[in-house]
Design a binder for this molecule. Structure first.
Ligand code: ADP
Length: 250
């Protein structure tokens, strides 16, 4: 996946400023940086929840928002984008589970509707995943009956039920009470080690980013100010902005 000179603005505010970012298959990349530096926007444009103003995002070598046609490339239709999106799983800060559905129903809805799985197939897949995140005993509970950490584990199972190639994690522990953060980080840790997934994680958990990332990108004003291995970035930052940021948060 590659961002090539990607610019995203809201009115006069440039949020991504000619961003270049290359992510290899199965790579685990963490994005850190001050509030407002464009971290979440990177995930939102990948999910096609936002359009970009300039540049190109390539996924599997194809421009994200275009599809092949007889005449070359044309702007992708909504159904094409939906198929594309189904290959990217996103987990949000605020869980975003469907409140009127049980944990199990949350996990079978998209696989049935978008992938066309039968109810039996979808349930079998969902139960495996709920077991993996330690939530199988709560499969018939609605989200309001679950703790934040439990809801977030169901949200991870729901995203995985689509068998995505890429997982986007947007500050998934920020809305959680401190005592349940560990259970969610444990699930992410196991995803990273046991599944062949490309992962992009926006996080404030510096210790965790350092532990599991292949690469850490420090964002500043819509650009990558510095990137490198976790050891290098956290122990020997070169950029003044990175140094200031790490000094403030560590
Ligand atoms: P980060 O995740 O690094 O905190 P974001 O990517 O969420 O930053 O946002 C970058 C900037 O874009 C912020 O200044 C934010 O206020 C602004 N922004 C985000 N979404 C919108 C929107 N829909 N309309 C206007 N400004 C927005």
């Amino acid at each position: 996946m590659r961002f090539a000179d990607v610019t995203k603005s809201y009115g006069d505010l440039t949020v991504l400023d000619k961003l270049n970012l290359d992510i290899a298959q199965n790579e685990m990349v963490s994005i850190i940086g001050p509030s407002g530096s464009g971290k979440t926007t990177v995930l939102r444009v990948l999910m096609t929840l936002e359009t970009i103003n300039d540049g190109v995002i390539y996924v599997d070598g194809e421009p994200l928002t275009h599809m092949p046609s007889g005449a070359g490339l044309e702007v992708a239709s909504e159904s094409y984008l939906r198929q594309r999106r189904s290959k990217i799983g996103m987990v949000f800060q605020q869980f975003n589970l469907f409140p009127h559905m049980t944990a199990l129903q949350n996990c079978i809805e998209a696989p049935m509707q978008v992938l066309g799985l039968s109810r039996d197939e979808a349930e079998e897949r969902a139960l495996d995943l709920l077991q993996m995140v330690g939530m199988d005993s709560k499969k018939d509970q609605h989200p309001t009956r679950l703790s934040g950490g439990q809801q977030q584990r169901v949200a991870i199972a729901r995203a995985l039920a689509m068998r995505p190639q890429v997982m986007l994690l947007d500050e998934v522990t920020s809305a959680l009470d401190p005592e349940v953060i560990g259970e969610v980080l444990n699930v992410i840790r196991s995803l990273n080690s046991e599944h062949n997934l490309t992962m992009i994680m926006v996080t404030h958990q510096m210790g965790f980013a350092r532990e599991i990332s292949d690469r850490v990108c420090f964002f500043y004003e819509g650009k990558i100010a510095e990137q490198g291995s976790p050891e290098k970035l956290f122990e020997d930052p070169q950029n003044e902005r990175t140094k200031q940021f790490l000094h403030a948060v560590l």
